[in-house]
Design a protein around this ligand. Structure first.
Ligand code: NIG
Length: 385
């Protein structure tokens, strides 16, 4: 069935060949058929054939944007850690150690309990405009539990990332190298049928730069994409290492040296900023302006997890990126859609142009600036995908 969205007050396509640099058009229309965009243009120029044959939806002058692409989440978890959050707000620092609490709760949950929890989170995200989501493992940390999380997460998305190297689990404390061997060997074998990427938390209290390099290499050797949690809690040589190894996405990047920015400028990696974690851990926000001005591709994601960022709202992340990280509303929306798609290695989503997936969100607002201008509101009126 062909659907024609008419009377769109502002259409954000992310296609610089239509409209401005972000492909923003006024008084537009968009047609899609069988999940694919088939026509985009001015409402006054809709082809006659389309008007006669399509189901017509009157957008009433509101704004239409591509569906959000949330390229960094940890949705496969049970339990919550609100007391840790309260302690942080009272002055305690965030440390990697809290992950163990969620590992215990997640291991104790049944498969069906996990399915219900993940399903509810995805439902919550979709209601807020997210049409593609990545899910990491990382709260299992045994071969059996990491395989289970990867398998269950795969029921919900094609973008499952193996994060067996989230922290060294209690059973291996003092024996981190043996755990890295397990991650690169038996654990990777077990999750491989379900995952498309490998990730590692490279930070004090988690994995060293050299351990992280081994882990990323093991995944790349298996044909997976590489990702890294780098520069979340402090500077290190992790960014340089990740670029040398050819990762697709460098995530967090709250702490970057000038040298890191120089290397990122010439590298291919997307930098995925996660302001929800900086908000919830009372950290400084990353310097998005410096990255953008250096020409680095930036993505925005929620990092939804119970420890450092318990939000599923991309709009909230856009508002923080605009208010706290000096991104323009257009840059922030691009990062939450096209940027997320780049971070997942996808070129068929994140854009509303002919031939791309029809992942479409209608906002109850006249333009996309309202995403940051009205923080805390869910402005999503309709989602097609
Ligand atoms: O991206 N940094 C590592 N992983 C998550 C936090 C996980 C947790 O604290 O449970 C993050 O912030």
């Amino acid at each position: 069935m062909t659907t024609l969205l008419r009377n769109i007050g502002e259409l954000v396509t992310n296609d610089p060949t239509s409209g401005d640099r972000y492909g923003i058009m006024r008084d537009a229309a968009l047609e899609f058929d069988d999940g694919v965009v088939t026509w985009v243009g001015l409402d006054s120029e809709v082809p006659r054939r389309t008007v006669d044959e399509a189901e017509i939806v009157d957008i009433g002058g509101r704004c239409v944007i591509p569906g959000f692409v949330d390229s960094h989440t940890h949705l496969a978890f049970a339990g919550e850690r609100s007391l840790e959050f309260a302690a942080r707000m009272a002055g305690k620092p965030y440390t990697a150690g809290g992950i163990a609490t969620t590992v215990a709760a997640t291991r104790a949950a049944t498969d069906d309990e996990l399915r219900t929890l993940i399903g509810a989170r995805i439902h919550e995200m979709r209601a807020q405009g997210t049409t593609t989501v990545e899910i990491k493992t990382g709260y299992g940390l045994t071969v059996e539990h990491e395989e289970r999380l990867a398998r269950i997460a795969r029921e919900f998305t094609e973008h499952v990332t193996f994060l067996g190297a989230h922290v060294v689990p209690a059973e291996y404390v003092g024996n981190a190298e043996d755990y890295v061997d397990l991650v690169c060997g038996e654990m990777l074998d077990a999750v491989a049928p379900f995952v498309t990427a490998i990730d590692v938390f490279c930070e004090d209290g988690a994995f060293t730069v050299e351990q992280s390099r081994r882990i990323i290499r093991a995944g790349l050797d298996r044909g997976l994409d590489g990702r890294i949690h780098a520069g979340q809690l402090g500077e290190s040589t992790s960014v340089q290492m990740a670029l040398e190894e050819g990762v697709l996405s460098i995530d967090h990047a709250t702490y970057l040296s000038l040298g890191d920015i120089d290397e990122l400028r010439t590298g291919d990696a997307v930098v995925t900023l996660l302001p929800g974690s900086d908000f919830s851990t009372r950290q400084p926000y990353p310097d998005a302006r410096r990255l953008l001005d250096a020409g680095v591709h930036v993505a925005l994601a929620t990092n939804c997890n119970p420890g450092s960022s318990y939000t599923s709202s991309m709009a909230f992340c856009i508002a923080m990126a605009v208010r706290e990280m000096r991104m323009t509303p257009s840059e922030a929306l691009w990062a939450a859609t096209a940027g997320g798609a780049m971070a997942l290695g996808r070129d068929d989503i994140g854009f509303l142009e002919v031939g791309k997936r029809a992942h479409i969100v209608e906002l109850d607002a006249p333009n996309h600036v309202h995403l940051a201008y009205r923080p805390g509101e869910n402005l999503v009126r309709n989602v097609w995908s």
